[in-house]
Design a protein around this ligand. Structure first.
Ligand code: NAD
Length: 491
């Protein structure tokens, strides 16, 4: 097959029936049809990987990894910086793939590309950080602890921000000397991994280190079972994360689990109303609410709740939904019919339980309008469940204790926001919220390429991904002692 120097704008001929294992090669499970979400048009028929492919690709990855780990850090860093530059040079074509495949609007695609280019620059820069320690050891001339790669890392990613959520693990894993086997979501295998393959090749990454296996849960399970894969980095739902954690745990693998969220945005009575409404609109409706950090509970003090609700409903009514490629919309489609129906069911159930519909609520196929529900209370479906749709749920409170209790209700603890003119008050309230990420005077969807991202409770398993956390996640310590002569032992 011809060498590609950039991301191709069309799937044919390279990606037809193929997975990526250092070259585009046939997958043993046949083909996987990938659709443009807004139109239903067929975008690609990539390969569909199987558990046998995992075994085969693991052989190649294991063969390539040792030499990669021994490659000088400066050479690895140079390749990663080159990947970042090549992604930026292919910006428009990458953006079109993300928009078509995920149903996201252009600013969302731009955010993914910007962030992923930054991940590769960060991954290159992390190699300049100290990752070696002199440690005391009795009788040793030299004793040190050094960071060594796990070897092979399996990465399982979801559909919503496929480029970010795969590459945030791929970049640091490769930087630190691992090889990766990436299983993107079967709805987004192209922007979830395949588009990066030509960039890695052109940057000179040796074959076998970056592998993409488009497929379903069976391929993810095969990664968890494969003995030579020593770490699984999973991003997705809490339900699937529990299964992945259990299976990988059975095989004694290190796991990084980044899971669901039901994030509270608390609006205190002294908040600037228009800024608070704008924040809530962004936090609830961005990418159709299909974000783990989405503002899923908008807790508003009763003194300002009527004015807040009316203004948010006006905002929502001004947000058109449609094909992102038209350039004229704020919201694209929901990822699939099943999920669109689920969003509608949760809205309907909550209305039946007493929630009041102020905007939206009537789907048009996959296009679900920006929807505002007022009078949401604990026990309602939209209060309890992660909706993953463009639904702003306004919950009224009268005391801070009540707001804190409702922010902490349930199993998750990913992100929280507090909007107020009183920063000290916000800090005091924030200290009582069980959350991995807290944003004072912002909504809950906040991400930067270099931060330690993650949640508490059922939003993860206590790890973080990004920035200072990456050494801990993608390497392990090895202790080495050197003695001038072997000691004499008593037996
Ligand atoms: P999902 O759990 O259904 O799928 C995620 C990935 O896991 C996919 O690649 C899927 O094929 C794979 N998978 C599913 N079951 C598996 C199994 N038993 N074994 C191995 N692999 C399996 O999630 P989704 O619906 O695609 O994504 C939405 C969810 O992801 C939401 O809950 C959202 O909050 C969460 N999410 C979390 C973060 C985060 O960083 N915390 C980021 C984005 C999305």
């Amino acid at each position: 097959m011809d060498q590609m120097t950039g991301i191709p704008p069309h799937a044919e001929p390279h990606w037809s029936g193929t997975l990526y294992d250092g070259t585009f090669s046939p997958a043993s499970g046949g083909t996987l049809i990938v659709y443009e979400k807004a139109t239903g048009a067929e975008l690609a028929a990539t390969g569909l990987a199987t558990a046998e492919d995992v075994t085969r690709v693991t052989e190649r990855a294991a063969a390539a990894q040792a030499a990669w780990a021994a490659t000088p850090a400066a050479e690895r860093a140079a390749i990663l910086r080159d990947v970042a530059a090549r992604l930026e040079a292919n910006w428009d074509v990458a953006a079109a793939w993300i928009m078509r495949e995920t149903g996201g609007v252009r600013p969302k695609a731009d955010f993914e590309i910007f962030t992923v280019a930054a991940f590769f620059k960060e991954a290159a820069a992390m190699l300049d950080e100290p990752h070696y320690l002199e440690v005391q050891a009795t009788g040793a001339a030299h004793s040190y602890a050094q960071r060594v790669p796990h070897g092979l890392v399996g990465i399982i990613a979801p559909f919503n921000f496929p480029l970010i959520l795969s590459m945030r693990a791929v970049a640091p894993a490769l930087a630190t000397g691992n090889a990766v086997l990436l299983k993107p979501d079967p709805q987004t295998p192209i922007s979830g991994g395949l588009i990066m393959a030509p960039l890695f090749e052109a940057a000179g990454l040796p074959p076998g280190l970056f592998n993409v296996l488009p497929g379903g849960a069976d391929v993810g399970e095969a990664l968890c079972r494969e003995p030579r894969i020593r770490m699984i980095a999973f991003t997705g739902s809490t339900a699937a994360g529990r299964k992945v954690g259990a299976l990988a745990g059975e095989h004694l693998k290190k796991t990084s689990l980044e899971l669901g969220g039901k994030n509270a945005l608390i609006v205190l009575p002294d908040a600037d109303l228009e800024l608070a409404v704008s924040a809530a609109s962004y936090g609830a409706f961005l990418h159709q609410g299909q974000i783990c950090m989405a503002s899923g509970r908008i807790l508003v003090h009763e003194a300002i709740a009527d004015a807040f609700a009316a203004s948010l409903a006006e905002h929502a009514a001004r947000l058109p939904a449609g094909d992102p490629m038209s350039g004229q919309v704020a919201l694209g489609p929901i990822i699939n019919q099943r999920q669109a129906e689920r969003v509608h069911r949760l809205v309907q159930e909550s209305m039946a339980a007493g929630a009041k519909l102020l905007a939206g609520g009537t789907p048009d196929g996959l296009f679900y309008p920006a929807t505002v529900l007022d009078g949401v209370t604990p026990g309602m479906a939209v209060f309890e469940e992660e909706v993953f749709g463009p639904v702003a749920n306004i919950v009224r409170f009268s005391t801070e204790d009540e707001a804190v209790a409702m922010a902490n209700a349930g199993q998750y603890g990913l992100s929280a926001g507090i909007i107020t003119a009183d920063i000290e008050r916000a800090k005091a309230v924030g200290a009582r919220i069980r959350t991995g990420m807290l944003h004072i005077n912002d909504q809950t969807v906040v991400h930067e390429p270099h931060i330690p991202f993650g949640g508490v409770g059922s939003s993860g398993n206590g790890g973080r991904i990004g920035g200072p956390a990456n050494w801990d996640e993608f390497t392990q310590w090895q202790w080495v002692t050197v003695k001038d002569t072997p000691p004499a032992y008593p037996f």
